[in-house]
Design a binder for this molecule. Structure first.
Ligand code: ADP
Ligand code: MG
Length: 567
């Protein structure tokens, strides 16, 4: 349990402030996370790492020469927003492109991919490689589905060293893919962890037992077995990893024995002693092993073992110097302090807008007010629906996102922005503040819809249809769900189809919208019969039977309310 905090909401931010004040010669706070306060070689590929917080020293403790140039810091166990990732990448880009890496989780994949796209729009080439080292999360044949756990460090370190030695972006990507393919982790949990401010742990391990195959977000192990002596535990970990020893491997391995936050260093040393003997007994040569707390999971007790099968190149990069608050190796290069950080999300600049378009922006603002009121009314209803098979945060996420969108739209309208710019600003703010999958999809979807509109004309019905289609395309491209997967798409796709059809038949936009909203409502209700195939609810699929999808329901509510205003 977290005993030292001011409020749960300010916990992450307070911790980052404290961290940065200890290491001003390494770190500078920036909107979205931290960046290196040290000068870098001109023209170096920038390396951005990140994910949720609660894992220190991952990720903010690994910023410095030879490793990362910036770390994006999300809330506890939650993906950072697209906007945070974009901002950190932009702060450290030096014109040679940005390499990004993170543990493979749906929310992080979604937001990092969206950030790449946004950076690309500004001709900043950004490419990310997710880490997939956790052997217990999917079979070897489904390697790309594996979660990222302590192997993050191996991938980040080696990619960081490749950038430092002068590789171009393609070279860094190749090194990262190679090390990720060569990296395998397996762990056990002795006790669960508790979110700051929460009374109950996310999971518990029965007395005398341990969870085998743990995750780093308070996911319990996949099986429970009795506690065992260190030598047996070492054998369990080593045997499982050796099962996946790649063919033709050199026999030289980098090893990392990681403590999850609530396991003592002395225990790790005891375990390491047995792990070392077993690895050597298998004829392996261990290269520069690391034993300690590298990727934690708040106060979770547990350990994991990571092996990286080295070739000459990977070994050279693993051994290359690095100098960061929490990971140091070799001689520190000469550096001076620089400033890259910014304190706020980049302010959007609004171009000239016609008076027609400004009037419509005002209408949009009024509509957002209605939607915000609606969402506040329905917050607990949507939360309860999400709690059935998800994590119960859908109502909270939607209200937070919409409130932020409303504030941004108000500022845009006050600044004289037109319709497209106002909608875009609202979308960016929604994605940044909502958290959760739906927040990223809603916010970025609205931002994308704005690209089909402009700040000059009064859009016709076709443009309205195109705006909805643009949002739909973004949600399907980045969310990677299909119809009948039991997501908000099950309301959005039929909504878009109906809207397009009615407009095609010559009905007014307002009429077409309202009848499409009716279709969306029916289809959202009908998701009760579906089994979830994607998202958090997939794991508890049975519980979801008979209940509609929360994201589809909130979407239907919103388009209905908008229809009432249009009409
Ligand atoms: P989280 O799942 O991150 O907790 P929310 O609870 O706010 O986020 O939203 C859950 C809703 O998000 C689901 O009910 C579903 O409609 C939608 N959703 C989840 N994953 C996807 C996806 N990949 N594509 C489209 N919609 C999705
Ligand atoms: Mg949720």
């Amino acid at each position: 349990m977290t005993k030292v905090l001011n409020t749960a909401d300010s916990f992450t931010d307070d911790a980052v402030d404290g961290l940065v004040s200890i290491y001003p010669h390494y770190l500078e706070k920036t909107y979205g996370g931290v960046v290196s306060s040290r000068s870098t070689r001109p023209g170096k590929v920038a390396v951005v790492i990140g994910g949720g917080s609660g894992h220190y020293p991952a990720f903010a403790g690994w910023v410095g020469p030879g490793l990362a140039d910036g770390a994006v810091v999300g809330n506890i166990f939650a993906s950072p927003s697209t906007q945070q990732i974009y901002a950190v990448a932009k702060a450290v880009d030096d014109g040679a492109g940005v390499f990004m890496s993170y543990g493979n989780y749906a929310g992080d994949v979604l937001n990092f991919n969206l950030a790449e796209e946004q950076l690309g729009e500004e001709d900043i080439r950004a490419v990310s490689v997710p880490v997939t080292d956790d052997v217990s999360s999917a079979k070897l044949e489904e390697r790309a589905k594996r979660r990222g756990v302590a192997g993050d460090l191996m991938v980040f370190k080696i990619a960081g060293a490749a950038a430092e030695r002068g590789d171009d972006l393609d070279g860094v990507i190749a090194a990262a893919k190679k090390v990720n393919d060569a990296t395998y982790s397996f762990g056990v949990a002795f006790a669960g962890c508790t979110l700051p401010g929460a009374e109950q742990p996310l999971f518990t391990v029965p007395e005398g037992q341990m969870g085998v195959g743990l995750g780093v977000h308070g996911e319990p192990g996949v099986a429970e077995v009795p506690l065992e002596p260190a030598a047996d535990l070492a054998k369990r970990l080593v045997d499982r990893l050796l099962e996946e020893r790649p063919e033709g491997s050199s026999g030289r391995v980098a090893a990392l024995l990681n403590g999850l936050g609530g396991t003592k260093y002395e225990e790790l040393f005891v375990l390491w002693n047995d792990v070392r003997k077993l690895l050597e007994g298998a004829g392996l040569t261990i290269v520069a092993p690391e034993v300690g707390e590298l990727i934690t999971s708040l106060d979770m007790a547990g350990v994991s073992l990571t092996l990286t099968w080295l070739d000459d190149e990977l070994e050279e990069l693993w051994l290359a110097p690095a100098d960061t608050p929490a990971f140091r190796r070799g001689a520190a290069p000469e550096v001076r302090t620089v400033h890259r950080g910014i304190s706020e999300a980049a302010q959007q600049e609004f171009g000239e807008a016609s008076s027609d378009s400004r009037e419509l922006a005002g209408e949009l603002l009024a509509t957002l007010e209605v939607v915000a009121t609606l969402l506040h009314d329905k917050e607990s209803e949507l939360g309860d629906l999400d709690a059935i098979a998800g994590d119960g945060d859908h109502g909270r996420g939607m209200t937070k996102g919409c409130d932020a969108a409303l504030a941004a739209a108000r500022a845009a309208v006050d600044g004289g922005a037109g319709l497209s710019s106002t909608l875009s600003a609202a979308g960016v703010a929604w994605a940044d503040k909502a958290g959760g999958t739906s927040g990223a999809l809603w916010g970025n979807g609205l931002r994308q819809a704005a690209t089909a509109l402009d700040d000059e004309s009064r859009p016709g019905a076709e443009q309205g249809v195109a705006a909805v289609q643009a949002a739909l395309d973004l949600v399907t491209t980045f969310g990677k769900a299909q119809r009948h997967d039991k997501t908000l798409l099950d309301a959005l796709i039929p909504f878009g189809e109906s809207l397009q059809q009615s407009v095609g038949e010559g009905r007014s936009f307002a009429e077409a919208w309202s009848s499409a909203a009716e279709v969306a409502t029916t289809e959202a209700q009908a998701t009760a019969d579906l089994a979830p195939k994607i998202g958090r609810a997939r794991v508890l699929s049975d519980r979801s039977q008979g209940h509609p999808d929360p994201g589809a329901i909130s979407l239907a509510m919103i388009v209905t309310a908008v229809g009432e205003r249009l009409g």
